[in-house]
Design a protein around this ligand. Structure first.
Ligand code: AMP
Length: 409
């Protein structure tokens, strides 16, 4: 049997990869405009980074990490997310003050694979480190909203909640634990087993949604300061015209969040399965990793899931033009033409070896070029024939106007 990619991983090839290229570019352009600098951290980290950063009792750390010992006996883990690594890098780099970083890359979680839930998946994220102002939360939420909308998702709604600061949470967790213990028998085994270790996670257990409708929620237990932060967040979302819904039971799966948490859900999708991204504030994470107090906020979007939500739209042709040459004597000038069109910013290719005109046209079709440029007898009078492949329409164009003409095709 021939070898296959591991379960839950994907080869991303054309034509699907054309959507990926478009969306990766869109991301880079957007975050650069918002002032986020590129940050790249290792694909694997010491396991402790995630155990401490993400939290021992979280599902990600308990069940989903790819952890292995290297030849030096260190325990390493393929990153299941990037926030802990970025904050580790900030601390290690001896930085101080505000840092706005953006990343894009593969993450790894041992999950039961299905559509939009992969073992290797791609996250796009930003981290706004060292800023406690609510404007930072708002900007981060806006980046994700703008991105998902610009990518083509219709009617994205941001689900928001506040889970308070650690003192709010301590008081709230007592009330929540009492409530959960009282309904212990009605909970699923998985939820019941989490009451002692991570009661907050029980709250957003989809399997137990019905018995949890009357559960106390974090926003009923906010201090006046965290309440004011949350109110300012909601007012800011209104001001920025970002559609949102209150989601009082949203807590998110990673331990490091405080105050703001949010998720993006495209219209018509069930929030349980189809958040295409999310994030929140994580003021305590740096200290968990041995750094200073560092109020921060961030988001991660799942590119695999955004693509599932977008469906199989038609991709743009990957080439503006494919140059076909009718006589071997004109191959040299045809390649010069390919070069000058590429220099003018167009995406252009041609067959490398000597082939019949028919075979070159077949190649142009196979490559999904928008147009074919025929270098034939007209060349001697300064012209080429341009054939638009989608319509079959042919026109004779003067070589000096060719680039401008192809840009409009
Ligand atoms: P999280 O880091 O768990 O907050 O996830 C943020 C986003 O990453 C989610 O909303 C998903 O879009 C995406 N994501 C998380 N886990 C997976 C996975 N196993 N496969 C595909 N996308 C994922």
């Amino acid at each position: 049997m021939s070898l296959r990619a591991p379960k839950g991983t994907d080869d991303i090839l054309p034509p699907e990869s054309r959507h990926w290229r478009r969306l990766l570019r869109l991301w880079d352009d957007l975050v650069e405009r918002y002032g986020y600098e590129l940050v790249m951290t290792p694909i694997f980290e010491l396991t402790e980074v995630f155990a401490r950063g993400v939290g021992e009792a979280t599902e990600v750390v308990e069940k989903q990490m790819y952890t292995f010992a290297d030849k030096g006996g260190r325990s390493l883990t393929l990153r299941p997310e990037s926030t802990a690594g970025v904050v580790r890098a900030y601390i290690q780099g001896g930085r101080s003050g505000v840092f706005k970083g953006a990343y894009s890359g593969p993450m790894f979680r041992y999950e039961q694979p299905q559509q939009g839930r992969r073992r290797q998946f791609w996250q796009l994220g930003v981290e706004y480190i060292g800023e406690e102002a609510v404007e930072a939360d708002l900007e981060v939420i806006e980046v994700g909203y703008r991105y998902t909308t610009d990518a083509g998702l219709a009617d994205v709604v941001v689900q928001v909640n506040s889970i308070g600061d650690p003192p709010d949470r301590a008081a709230y967790l007592m009330v929540l634990t009492d409530f959960l213990e009282a309904i212990h028998g009605d909970l699923s085994d998985d939820a019941a087993s989490r009451i002692a270790t991570n009661p907050l996670r029980v709250l957003d257990s989809k399997a137990d949604a019905e018995v949890l409708v009357d559960a106390p929620v974090p926003t009923d237990h906010l201090s006046s300061e965290t309440r004011a932060h949350f109110d300012a967040l909601l007012a800011g979302l209104e001001r920025r015209e970002i559609p949102y819904e209150l989601a009082p039971r949203l807590v998110r799966g990673l331990d490091y969040y405080n105050r703001t948490v949010f998720e993006y859900v495209p219209a018509g999708y069930d929030a349980a399965q189809s958040a295409v991204g999310g994030g929140g504030r994580y003021d305590g994470l740096s200290e968990l990793l041995g750094g200073p107090h560092l109020p921060s906020t961030g988001l991660a979007l799942g590119l695999d899931r955004i693509l599932v939500a977008l469906g199989d739209g038609v991709s743009e042709p990957p080439l503006d033009a494919f140059v076909v040459v009718t006589a071997p004597a004109r191959r040299a000038v045809a390649w010069q033409l390919v070069g000058s069109l590429r220099d003018s910013g167009l995406r252009v290719d041609a067959v490398a070896s000597e082939r019949s005109v028919k075979a070159q046209f077949r190649a142009a079709n196979r490559r999904d070029a928008a147009a074919v440029v025929v270098v034939g007898d007209e060349w001697d009078s300064g012209n080429v024939v341009v054939k638009v492949l989608a319509t079959g329409q042919e026109t004779t164009v003067a070589v000096q106007h060719l680039a401008a003409q192809l840009e409009q095709t």
